[in-house]
Design a protein around this ligand. Structure first.
Ligand SMILES: [Fe+2]
Ligand SMILES: [Fe+2]
Length: 318
């Protein structure tokens, strides 16, 4: 029998399914027995899983980052549900496609098609009035487009899926335009801030369907990487105004809003204030939406959300 999606697994689930192996580690339990600790992923989420027999043989059958075919059953040794794996092997395209294997079922994606979002971003950039900003952003999109299209915005917290960074950038571009008009701020600077503020994530995170922190990410972080990428891109444009470059760099450096949140400087321009407020608002609202959508509890309120530090009221009619 085919296993249900990860989010729908319960204690009675057993059968087989296709997943992406997000992590794989050989460990020893308290009794001294070796086992493989594995994290499996599909569009609906991730689950911890274990191989406890024939460990040597199964270890050679697959690696982290592979699509795998798994047979097993759910188990709840403590509070958390896990999958006890009976058999696991790398997906064999020829044999498994006819059985229903699809990469898209294993890799979580942004709700809106990536090409749509990319076109919208390009047209926003083309509409920028400031020719320096237009040229800088066009260069950035051309040079880093391959990663910017598909990159996640984070490991876990918000927009943590394929196309998540682009979705987040577009939302800041849209809301930035509205707030620039409302407060008489510079709309082009805000567009540039939206596109550039998390640009460093393309080097901070490694992504091949599974997200992790890269060497650069751990040692430098996306704010520093972003400033370096933008300085390099602006320097390559003959005559790029030094004052404009400084303002853009300031927006990147201050976008986390406070020193405690990882920004080396705090916002000092109207555009930097707007950008950092919108950035945190978008991350928060994304978590709110997700939490309400994923909640399976009964009653008017969701389960407690540890990061938001509260329960949420479900929309009426539920
Ligand atoms: Fe950021
Ligand atoms: Fe951001």
């Amino acid at each position: 029998m085919r296993l249900p999606r990860i989010a729908e697994l319960d204690e009675s689930s057993s059968g087989w399914g296709f997943y992406l192996c997000a992590r794989k580690e050989r460990r020893t339990d308290r009794a001294g027995a070796e086992f493989l600790a594995v994290v499996l992923q599909d569009v609906s989420g991730q689950i911890s899983a274990k191989v406890v027999h024939d460990v040597d043989a199964f270890q050679r059958e697959f690696d982290a980052g592979d699509f795998v075919r798994v047979e097993g059953r759910a188990n709840r040794p403590y509070q958390k549900l896990e999958l006890l794996i009976e058999k696991i092997r790398r997906v064999d395209e020829a044999a498994d496609r006819p059985e229903g294997f699809k990469e898209e079922d294993c890799i979580p994606c942004a709700p809106r098609p990536i090409e749509d979002m990319w076109q919208e971003l390009r047209s926003r950039v083309e509409r920028a009035r400031n020719p320096w900003i237009r040229q800088l952003l066009t260069g950035i999109l051309d040079r880093h487009g391959e990663r910017l299209r598909i990159w996640p915005a984070a490991l876990t917290v918000h927009h943590a899926y394929r196309g998540g960074l682009l979705e987040h950038v577009l939302k800041l571009a849209e809301t930035g335009e509205a707030l620039a008009a409302a407060y008489g701020a510079d709309a082009d600077l805000l567009l540039a801030g939206a596109v550039l503020h998390d640009l460093g994530k393309i080097d901070e995170l490694s992504y091949d369907g599974v997200t992790s922190y890269s060497l650069h990410g751990n040692l430098l972080g996306h704010i520093t990487i972003g400033v370096m990428l933008v300085r390099e891109a602006a320097s390559a444009i003959d005559g790029f105004p030094a004052g404009l470059r400084l303002r853009l760099e300031h927006m990147i450096l201050s976008h986390h809003g406070e020193r405690e949140l990882g920004s080396p400087v705090e916002p000092m321009t109207a555009e930097a204030f707007i950008l950092s407020s919108l950035d945190s608002l978008d991350a928060t609202l994304h978590q709110v939406r997700r939490h309400v959508e994923d909640d399976r509890s009964e009653g008017d309120f969701t389960a407690y959300h540890p990061r938001l530090g509260r329960v949420l009221l479900k929309p009426s009619g539920r």
